[in-house]
Design a protein around this ligand. Sequence first.
Ligand SMILES: Nc1ncnc2c1ncn2[C@@H]1O[C@H](COP(=O)(O)OP(=O)(O)OP(=O)(O)O)[C@@H](O)[C@H]1O
Ligand SMILES: [Mg+2]
Length: 215
Amino acid sequence: MMIVCANSKGGVGKSTLATHLAVWLFDHGFQTALLDTDKQRSSSEWIREVEPQITVRVADTPEECLVIAQELSRSHDFLVGDAPGGLEDLSRTLLILADLAIFPTSPSILDVRSVAGATQVLRYAQGINGGKPEGRLVLNRMKTRDTISHELRAGAPKLGLEVAQHVIRDLQAYRDAAQQGTVVARFGRKGAQAAADMDALFSELLGAFMAVKQQ
Ligand SMILES: Nc1ncnc2c1ncn2[C@@H]1O[C@H](COP(=O)(O)OP(=O)(O)OP(=O)(O)O)[C@@H](O)[C@H]1O
Ligand SMILES: [Mg+2]
């Protein structure tokens, strides 16, 4: 089962979500791999620091991405793909192979406008891959008192992508955890609020897939 974090915009939280998701799945007892297709190598370097038992591979071309993804899918319960910023070849290849596509977006007007592009590419991948992947918009870096956060939450269902019910708050713990080479779930009390957000979101998104794997 393959899950991909993608979006046309940079800096929306793709690598943060991909890294936390891979560790979360590993901590639930699944054989987990991460495929980093972003030249910045954010998630692959981060995950090597956090959990050496997670298989980490990188791919720089769609051809490499296809071969490595197929190989990792055969040998692992879950494969998490981290896409580069943009919905070009590498992101499209990951999406065509995926069972679930997570599109993080943050509460800025430019990020929200980019969701239309993500929806189009999702439909393209679904057209090729017999209806897969399922797509979810994840509202990241949400602030309680911020008008645009409220507008995004209210307007998200109109953007053409199913919206995850659980949102991720804007919390310093994500940046601090990354800096110390860990994830919020392994960051003690400092990461507790953020870890609760991640746990709720991933349980919502992955619950059904995990049940299938556990059968
Ligand atoms: N919920 C959050 N709260 C606070 N900071 C966050 C949150 N999510 C992400 N960040 C921070 O935002 C920055 C961008 O996140 P990240 O690298 O995950 O985005 P990305 O979409 O992978 O970016 P790129 O397109 O460059 O690969 C990082 O500094 C990260 O720590
Ligand atoms: Mg990234």
